[in-house]
Structure formats: structure tokens, C-alpha cells
Design a protein around this ligand. Structure first.
Ligand code: ATP
Length: 439
């Protein structure tokens, strides 16, 4: 299975999904860049997540800053609770232990430890020209803190009523001591987080509601149920803010690993920010005349981890090729769901040495250019189909000699390889119906 990870790493680079960062200087510490296909996939994943959240109703968005007043991280517990000790981290399972509490090997998995050090995950930086204690702050370790700080702003400007949610997508940074497994664990990553504010008495019900919703979302992207599991995290292993925690795990080639965390954060964040800021962050229910700190149910997923899970899930190697395909050895098909696939279609002139056919194909391309499509005229038609299948293109649209007469094209489907003749004038509508009206 390790082989598959290696295969996916080199495939990602070869096809323009993921490149090592600063490659010409030998790379940099588990940092990665997303290439032309990677950025399309990432954007599609984020768009679909945002859309799905919004469809739940009563959820609004936010884009808060990465740099914040450092007191935020005192209040949130990130600078104090659990991070202030001398720690060792197990190189295998990543559990961290107080150095004085354990022996040579991890009690859980017998893995080796990193050397002990004062360890804090927060990434320090300085704001302004003087690098002293007063100008020191941190790159955010999770996007949700910006949501709590704006809780009252959002309540007031949008006249929200509990229960409601706030979503945010953005970069987060953690000074991981052991980044590994390609883009699975990095020091810079993006999170998609939703914070659901509810009455404390309703928190358990909403926790279960969101757990189900999130599983449904993964299934709607074609991820197989048997490759997903939910693990209830016992009290002693939970994050410092969590009253209840479920890790949603995906079966990666390197084992079952967390992709998303679903947490009941109680009133940990709002009450601590109220304490540190001296501001009233309680919610007042006008009808019931009740004032309280809402509890927060959080769903938090890393974009890159999800990207990797979806890439693994879509990656199909078919020995000897699919039936009817002139492939001798191995065919690769990236069977991405059409909602997130980087390109929906490729426009192909059947031949490149017939001017009228090429011109017609370019006309079709111009007609569809506002959709995620590209144009390809290099190589035999079979080879171009293979190339498109390899990067998950959903439709291959071919313009041939007949197109000049009947003003029609052939649409070949990636998954069924079936071909269908469609009038050029109907193409736009076909696109809208296939890709934009089905969620
Ligand atoms: P882990 O146990 O793997 O370190 P975590 O439990 O600390 O993760 P959370 O704080 O719950 O993670 O963060 C929510 C999500 O953010 C995770 O499920 C993961 O998808 C993503 N995430 C967290 N840390 C990283 C990282 N270093 N690199 C990439 N994604 C990350």
C-alpha cells in the first residue's frame, strides 16, 4: 500500500496537481504548491463544501484575518493548556507525552519518540519593524477563533437567532514536529470550519445531526462508506476544548487517519473570550427572555487532507486497460465526482491537419470557454481520450468531419466510454444541466 502513496505523489507532480514547494532550491520542509489541476480541484472542493453548508439554511460566512491580537491564543488555551510542557512526540502515532511521564517507547504503539523539547504548535511571528516580546504574535492555528471573536458582530448585522452557524475557509499554521505522508500533515494548510451555535440543552442532538450530515457529504462525493469510519475519542485524548469529539477517518494507503474532526466545544471559547476581553458574549433569547453562552458544535476539515483522500478514492489503475480501449499495459482513470473534477470537458478536433475541423473545434471551445474546459489537438484521438481520463475529465467532446455538415459533436463519457451525438447549439444547455443543476 505504501507503493500507492508513492505512485500518487509522482502522479500528482507529473499531472500538475501538487508540486514540492521551492523545488529548484531542493524543496522546503513538507511545503507544497498546488499546480494548475490541483488549484481547480481545491477550488471545487471548497466551493462544494461552502454550497453544502449554505444549503442547510441559517448558516452565514466569514473571512477573518490570520493575524490576531495574541491574547486570543491565551484565551483559547492554545498558549497555555496542554502545550506548555516538555513534550516528546511518538513518530508513529503522533501522540504527545510529557517527557517525565514516559519511557523510551510509546506506550500505545511502541513507536520511537522525538527528542524532548518545550513544544508549542503555534507559529510565532512579529508584527512591525521591532522584533521584541511586545510585537510578537502568532499565525492562527485554527480558523474558528476568528469566528468566536466575531460572534456578536455576526449576530447583530445578520439578525441571527440561535441555532445558527458561521462558516469559514482559510489558512491555518501549526509547527508540527513531524510533518509527513505527503500533503496529509503539513505546517501550512487550509481548513474548512463550521461553528454551529446552539442552546446547551440541544448540543447533543445537533452533534448527532452534524455527524450524519458530514458522512452524507462524503458519500455525495463518491467516497465509499467502507473507507470511512467515525471514532469516538475518549475523554483523556480529546482536544483541550472538546466535551465530545469524533474523528472522521478515511482509509488512506498508509492507514486509517483523521480527515475531519467533529467537536462539541461547549461554551469553552465564548466564555473564555468573554473573560479575557471583559465583553458580554452571551446570547439573549428575546422570546424566552433567557441569556446564556451558546454551545458550539464544530465540524473542521483540512482541505489538503480531504484533497488527498479524494485523490486516493478516485485513482483507478486498470491492468490491461478497459474493454474496448486500445491500452496494452495499464490505464489510469481518475474517477472524480463531476462536481469536483478539475476539468468538466476537453474539446478535441478529430484531426489537426484539416483546417475546417480545427476551426470548428476552436469555435466550440470559444463557445464553452466560460466553463472549466480545455482544448487539446496533440496526438491521436485515442491517446487524447486516455490523457483526459487520467486527469478525470468528465466529457471528451470531439469535432469531426460530420460536424461540418450536421453542426453536431460527439460527447464521450469518461466512465461509460459511451458516445452521444449532440447539436452544437445545445451544448451550453447540456453543460448547465449536467454540471450545475445537479448540486
Ligand atoms: P491530528 O490529530 O491529525 O494532528 P487534530 O486532531 O489536531 O489533527 P484538529 O485540530 O481537529 O486536528 O483540526 C481539524 C482538521 O484540520 C483535521 O481533521 C485535519 O483535517 C486538519 N489538520 C489539522 N492539522 C493539520 C496538519 N498539520 N496538516 C494538514 N491538515 C491538518
Amino acid at each position: 500500500m505504501k507503493d500507492l502513496t508513492q505512485k500518487i505523489i509522482s502522479f500528482s507532480k507529473k499531472k500538475g496537481f501538487v508540486f514540492p514547494s521551492s523545488e529548484i532550491y531542493g524543496g522546503f520542509n513538507s511545503c507544497y504548491d498546488f499546480g494548475p489541476l490541483g488549484v481547480e480541484l481545491k477550488n471545487n472542493i471548497k466551493r462544494y463544501w461552502w454550497q453544502a453548508m449554505r444549503q442547510n439554511g441559517n448558516i452565514v460566512g466569514l473571512d477573518s484575518s490570520i493575524l490576531m491580537n495574541p491574547i486570543v491564543w491565551q484565551a483559547s488555551g492554545h498558549l497555555t493548556v496542554g502545550f506548555a510542557d516538555e513534550l516528546v512526540e511518538c513518530k508513529e502515532c503522533h501522540r504527545r507525552f510529557r517527557d517525565d511521564f514516559v519511557g523510551e517507547k510509546c506506550p500505545d504503539c511502541q513507536g520511537k519518540f522525538t527528542p524532548s523539547r518545550k513544544f508549542n504548535l503555534m507559529m510565532k511571528t512579529f508584527v512591525g519593524p521591532v522584533e521584541d516580546q511586545a510585537s510578537q504574535t502568532y499565525l492562527r492555528a485554527e480558523t474558528c477563533q476568528g469566528i468566536y471573536l466575531n460572534f456578536q458582530n455576526v449576530l447583530q448585522t445578520m439578525r441571527m437567532k440561535v441555532p445558527f452557524g458561521i462558516t469559514q475557509i482559510g489558512k491555518a499554521f501549526r509547527n508540527e514536529i513531524n510533518p509527513k505522508d505527503f500533503i496529509f500533515r503539513t505546517r501550512e494548510f487550509e481548513q474548512m470550519e463550521m461553528q454551529w451555535f446552539c442552546h446547551p440543552k440541544e448540543a447533543d442532538g445537533f452533534f448527532n445531526y452534524w455527524k450524519e450530515k458530514r458522512i452524507e457529504w462524503y458519500l455525495s462525493l463518491g467516497v465509499k462508506r467502507e473507507n470511512l469510519r467515525m471514532v469516538e475519542v475518549p475523554k483523556e485524548e480529546r482536544s483541550h476544548y472538546a466535551q465530545r469529539q469524533i474523528d472522521l477517518e478515511y482509509r488512506f494507503p498508509f492507514g486509517w487517519k483523521e480527515v475531519e474532526g467533529i467537536h462539541n466545544r461547549g461554551d469553552w471559547d465564548l466564555s473564555n473570550h468573554a473573560k479575557h476581553s471583559g465583553k458580554d458574549l452571551k446570547y439573549f433569547d428575546q422570546e424566552k427572555k433567557e441569556k446564556y453562552f451558546p454551545y458550539v458544535i464544530e465540524t473542521s476539515v483540512g482541505v489538503e487532507r480531504l484533497f488527498l483522500a479524494l485523490l486516493v478514492s478516485a485513482f483507478q489503475e486498470i491492468k490491461g486497460g478497459r474493454e474496448g480501449n486500445a491500452v496494452k499495459e495499464e490505464e489510469i482513470v481518475l474517477a472524480f465526482d463531476k462536481k469536483i473534477t478539475p476539468f468538466k470537458a476537453v474539446i478535441l478536433p478529430l484531426v489537426k491537419n484539416k483546417e475546417e475541423v480545427v476551426e470548428k473545434a476552436k469555435d466550440v471551445y470559444r463557445e464553452l470557454a466560460s466553463f472549466p474546459v480545455y482544448y487539446d489537438e496533440t496526438g491521436s484521438i485515442g491517446r487524447r481520450y486516455r490523457r483526459a481520463d487520467e486527469i478525470g475529465v468528465f466529457w471528451a467532446i470531439t469535432i469531426d468531419f460530420d460536424s461540418l455538415k450536421d453542426q453536431s459533436v460527439t460527447i464521450r463519457s469518461r466512465d461509460t466510454m459511451k458516445q452521444e451525438r449532440v447539436k452544437i447549439k445545445d451544448l451550453k444547455e447540456c453543460f448547465i444541466k449536467e454540471f450545475f443543476l445537479t448540486g
